[in-house]
Design a protein around this ligand. Structure first.
Ligand code: GLC
Length: 743
């Protein structure tokens, strides 16, 4: 039955009246989110679930659902749900659409490597469209947690270690998902997460303690969430971690003072999965009832999947621990989101079985996935072995040559049959190259089974391992060049995937060694969800192309890059450490009172390691091209800036190589003296230029006083007079600078 709801155009007043008209239980259940399983399967509401407060009635009145239903099923459920609801309030459908729905884009860390937020906006628009026609209203994205520790498996969901870059991508993704307003066709509501500073867990161990000075929190970690709020994000998700001793999900200062009062967020605040219940395990609540009260008073509107509000809010209101007006405010925010989505007038929104068939994975969407993948690849090393030349004998070796699950773990709807592998892409150009293929080994060997949840490792027999290795060695012997496709298993990064080591699966080094012994002309393709320790790979290869987890068109993007249909142009959004002992490592570190400069030597009594360098193997912003870029004539329009004025910074970039290429010119600024110490340099701008061989372009950046502001010792944001150094270069290790003074 399709309910025609045109007559109920809701406005704020009507919404408030609706809230006043709802019973206490109805209002409480509006704060419950359950998985779609409760609406699809006849879930046996056994003791534990019922004890949690999830009952037939709370399901029948649950405000929202997490999970995919598909257009047809969603419509059926929505009809029944509305009909049974005492006030016919529509259901809200939420899902993790992180980097694509069915057309899968590169993981967010790879999207960060494009240094092209506008491209991520297009990816998010496509993801929103495919989700919307399948019945989704809200996505739990973008994740904007700043990351500096590659041991943490969820770095793959972030856009990296830089505050500005994360803020730019946060805005782009929110705008991509939500459009100009979430009520328009094919828009879905976005949810910025995980508030706050989930990306800074001690030891890089997931869900672990976060301890940050308020200056560091405000100066580096909060701005990207605030950028999303200013971009109009409709929802925020609390993080699992404690922040300076208080769990985010029960943190009134963080959620009411900072998020709502300072940042001006007036949308819905949802807990992460079971995070309210976890206040007990943190030792912050003595029981479920106290946990529910703490979360409610901290401003958490929706309880994801524990029933803890349904079970306890009535008595918390009765005993005065929670004021009913807090409940009313939460309900109003949730109804307001449903109203913005137009669900009162059209509870189906964009759900449409015909359009599902028509647009999901269409050619146009695949093309954007291909473009995003190509632009995300980072060429870390190239001794001239790439690009491949026609008629060369190329051995495609490695467990990723035919691998089709080359998308991140949050690509839950990604399917191998939709994805193009390297081998499949190579087959399309086989007339121009002499390709041979050999797997060489599995992604994981018997010694690597602890690297992913054990239900996913097919243990090869010793004989199989030996046979695959020998086949690969034979293929390598007879080739001009080897393309060795290796890397992390997709399940080695993501949630609950922290590692104490950043090297590759052991079995893959056996393959690398065996190949290297018979033919050193190796170009390595690295699949990974995180920065890795690539020292050994670098020693035994002549090129390294980091392709992250590239998504649906990954194989095509890789082949296009290998044969120079496109030149690699990605830049690292997160430092690749020299080794795990260097972590956390990031480009915008402080000098310390004993700065160590390898050029001036003197390792004694300096801030350094005895056994490794301070600098990462590959720094933030680094990435090569087939072109060769030369920077000349860096200069400023003037060397004094007064408040209210700007300065232009100029540089000439020339392609002195034999191939065309695209360079991301980066602007960094160092504030030499501050009331709090200031980092070596900070990214303040970036521009892409495409240059043919021999071509040069002038690139100009406008430097504003606003760029010079930072979180000062009194926690206010502002600039301070004094000397500034301006760097214009190819990555964060750029050393040449020009100076100006702010008066
Ligand atoms: C997970 C994640 C969060 C995700 C949520 C719903 O635990 O922390 O990012 O959106 O649960 O799947």
């Amino acid at each position: 039955m399709t309910i025609d709801r045109k007559e109920r155009a809701m406005d704020q007043q009507k919404l408030k009246e609706l809230v006043q008209d709802m019973s206490l239980i109805e209002k409480i259940n509006q704060l419950l989110q359950v998985t779609s399983g409760f609406f699809i399967d006849d879930v046996e509401l056994t003791g534990p679930i019922r004890e949690n407060g999830i009952t037939e009635q709370s399901i029948a009145q649950a405000g929202s659902v997490i999970g995919l239903l598909g257009a047809k099923k969603y419509k059926e459920i929505q009809d029944a749900y509305i009909k049974n609801h005492p006030h016919n309030i529509p259901l809200l459908i939420m899902l993790d659409v992180i980097n694509g729905f069915r057309t899968i884009f590169p993981i967010p860390l790879a999207q960060g490597a494009t240094f092209e937020p506008e491209l991520s906006k297009r990816c998010a628009q496509i993801a929103a469209k495919e989700s919307a026609v399948s019945g989704v209203h809200v996505t739990f994205a973008p994740m904007v947690d700043l990351v500096r520790d590659a041991r943490w498996g969820r770095v793959m969901e972030s856009t990296g270690e830089d505050t500005k870059l994360n803020s730019d991508f946060a805005i782009a993704m929110v705008e991509g998902f939500q459009g100009t307003n979430v009520g328009e066709e094919y828009s879905i509501a976005a949810c910025v997460k995980h508030f706050a500073a989930y990306g800074a867990p001690n030891g890089g161990r997931d869900y672990n303690t976060v301890e940050l000075s308020e200056n560091t929190l405000r100066g580096y970690y909060l701005p990207a969430y605030e950028a999303a709020v200013k971009a109009g994000v409709e929802m925020v998700m609390t993080s699992f971690n404690t922040l300076n001793g208080i769990p985010s999900t029960g943190n009134q200062w963080l959620n009411r003072n900072v998020l709502r009062d300072e940042m001006g967020f007036d949308g819905v605040l949802i807990s992460d999965w079971a995070a309210i219940e976890e206040l007990q395990y943190h030792g912050y609540a003595k029981d479920r009832k106290e946990a529910a009260g703490l979360a409610m008073n901290a401003g958490v509107d929706i309880d994801m999947m524990t029933g803890i509000y349904s079970k306890n809010l009535e008595s918390l209101i009765e005993d005065g621990t929670v004021k009913e007006e807090l409940l009313d405010e939460a309900v109003l925010r949730i109804l307001n989101l449903k109203n913005k989505l137009g669900l009162f007038e059209n509870p189906y929104k964009d759900a449409d079985e015909e359009k599902e068939k028509e647009i999901i994975l269409c050619e146009e969407h695949r093309k954007v996935s291909l473009e995003a993948a190509e632009k995300s690849f980072v060429l870390l090393k190239n001794d001239g072995i790439l690009p491949l030349k026609k008629r060369e004998k190329i051995a495609l070796i490695g467990p990723f040559v035919s691998e089709k699950e080359i998308y991140g773990v949050w690509s839950m709807l990604g399917r191998p049959e939709d994805t193009v592998s390297i081998a499949e892409a190579a087959d399309k150009v086989r007339m121009d190259y002499e390709f041979t293929f050999a797997k060489g080994c599995n992604i994981l060997g018997a010694e690597d089974s602890n690297l992913i949840p054990d239900q996913h490792v097919q243990e090869p027999s010793k004989e199989d391992e030996e046979r695959m290795l020998q086949e690969a060695v034979e293929a390598a012997k007879n080739a001009d060049k080897i393309i060795l496709a290796i890397g992390e298993h997709r399940r080695m990064s993501g949630e609950s995937a922290s590692r104490s080591d950043l090297t590759l699966p052991k079995i893959q080094y056996k393959l690398l060694d065996a190949i290297y012994e018979v033919n050193p002309n190796i170009a390595v393709i690295i699949f990974t969800g995180r920065p890795l320790d690539l020292r050994e790979v670098s020693e035994k290869s002549k090129a390294i192309l980091n392709v992250w987890l590239p998504g649906t068109e990954g194989g095509t993007a890789i082949l296009n890059t290998l044969i120079n249909k496109v030149s690699p142009s990605g830049k690292l959004p997160m430092s690749f450490p020299y080794c795990v002992g260097q972590v956390p490592v990031h480009y915008n570190e402080y000098f310390t009172g004993r700065p160590y400069d390898p050029k001036t030597g003197g390792k004694e009594y300096r801030s350094n390691y005895r056994d490794i360098p301070n600098t990462p193997l590959y720094p933030f912003g680094y990435g090569l091209s087939y072109a060769k870029f030369q920077y000349d004539d860096i200069k400023l329009s003037k060397d004094i800036m007064s408040i209210g004025e700007t300065i232009d910074a100029y540089v000439t970039v020339k392609n002195v190589g034999e191939y065309a290429g695209t360079e991301t010119v980066q602007l960094y600024i160092r504030d030499c003296i501050g009331s709090v110490v200031r980092p070596r340099k900070e990214l303040k701008g970036y521009q892409k230029v495409t240059l043919q061989p021999g071509e040069a372009k002038n690139v100009t950046f406008e430097i504003t006083e606003e760029m010079l502001r930072f979180c000062k010792d009194d926690l206010s944001f502002g600039s301070e007079k004094g000397e500034f150094h301006v760097y214009l270069g190819t990555d964060s290790s750029t050393e040449e600078y020009v100076s100006f003074n702010l008066n």
